[in-house]
Unconditional design. Structure first.
Length: 309
């Protein structure tokens, strides 16, 4: 294989706050340092240029920060941004699905065949090692128990096994595979921060990238993102022993009802300002109820001598 160019990308020290629930408001943010990596870039010819259908609207997003860079119009083959750089992803606004990426030649390419950039792969490997160390430390200092540590480590081992399976035969990660691994690590580190009350960790990908039904998507709508985040928090609180089975069932039933109501209110895929406020108020009520439920369980745990985190 002939290497046609070099890609030099410098990862800078960054600070990013993960959205933290009220009970964790005292958590501080730590700065995560990454090392500059210079490697030969995989030839752009290995990625397949594609033309997207013009039946929907698209946006360009920096997956590392989650910042929208501009709109993409496939009918004209143009990208409405001055910040066109390799690694941006093209998002279908209607579904949040990642449909393409931008390669080093400025082409729109299929993420299933496009190789992941070295800096993203390096970040994944470094974060996996970092989380392994943090789990060990959290168990050692008693901020998580053996059951929680085992669950977190099992997830980490699953991510490692997935990366190994992806590389069989090629020793290369595609962009879609790297995005999936990075999102899974984001989810795992959020759980660790939540359970162990350790400083928040800058995510590998923007926070609105989530794995839903086994697929990495960007949750573009703010209300949808908030609702999905609350669902994840319910699961995290239950795992931490701070919600009962009945409380979890009730909260998720309310969240599902809110999703159904939002769908009912939408006209041509959009919500009016008044309807957005109504849905937002319902999510406020559910979050407040969750905080009360957690306080009740914590009070019961404290009365029988179980340390409350």
């Amino acid at each position: 294989m002939i290497l046609v160019n070099k890609l030099v990308i410098t990862c800078c020290t960054g600070i990013c706050l993960i959205q933290i629930s009220p009970v964790l408001a005292d958590i501080e943010t730590t700065t995560v340092k990454t090392t500059t990596v210079t490697r030969e870039a995989t030839p752009a010819s290995t990625a397949i240029p594609i033309i997207l259908p013009s039946t929907t609207s698209y946006i360009l997003v920096d997956p590392i920060t989650g910042v929208t860079k501009g709109a993409y119009d496939p009918s004209h083959g143009t990208i409405e941004t001055k910040d066109l750089v390799p690694g941006l992803v093209v998002i279908d606004q209607a579904t949040g699905k990642i449909v393409a990426s931008i390669n080093t030649l400025g082409q729109t390419v299929d993420i299933v065949s496009a190789p992941a950039f070295d800096t993203l792969v390096s970040s994944i490997d470094a974060r996996r090692t970092q989380l392994d160390t943090m789990i060990t430390q959290a168990l050692s200092n008693g901020t998580i128990d053996a059951t929680q540590a085992a669950s977190l480590r099992a997830q980490l081992e699953k991510i490692t096994a997935e990366e190994t399976s992806y590389k069989i035969g090629t020793n290369v990660l595609t962009y879609s595979q790297a995005l999936r691994l990075a999102t899974a690590l984001n989810n795992l580190q959020n759980q660790l921060v939540f359970l162990a009350h350790v400083p928040a960790i800058a995510p590998i990908l923007g926070s609105k990238f989530m794995i839903i039904d086994g697929q990495v998507i960007m949750v573009v709508d703010d209300l949808d993102y908030r609702r999905i985040s609350l669902v994840q928090r319910v699961d995290d609180e239950y795992m931490a022993g701070r919600l009962s089975t009945n409380q979890v069932s009730s909260l998720k039933e309310q969240l599902n009802a809110t999703a159904a109501l939002e769908s009912k209110y939408k006209k041509n895929g959009e919500l009016s300002s008044s309807k957005k406020e109504k849905i937002g108020a319902k999510l406020d009520t559910i979050e407040n109820q969750m905080n009360k439920d957690v306080a009740i369980i914590n009070d019961k745990r404290a009365k029988i001598g179980i340390r409350v985190q």
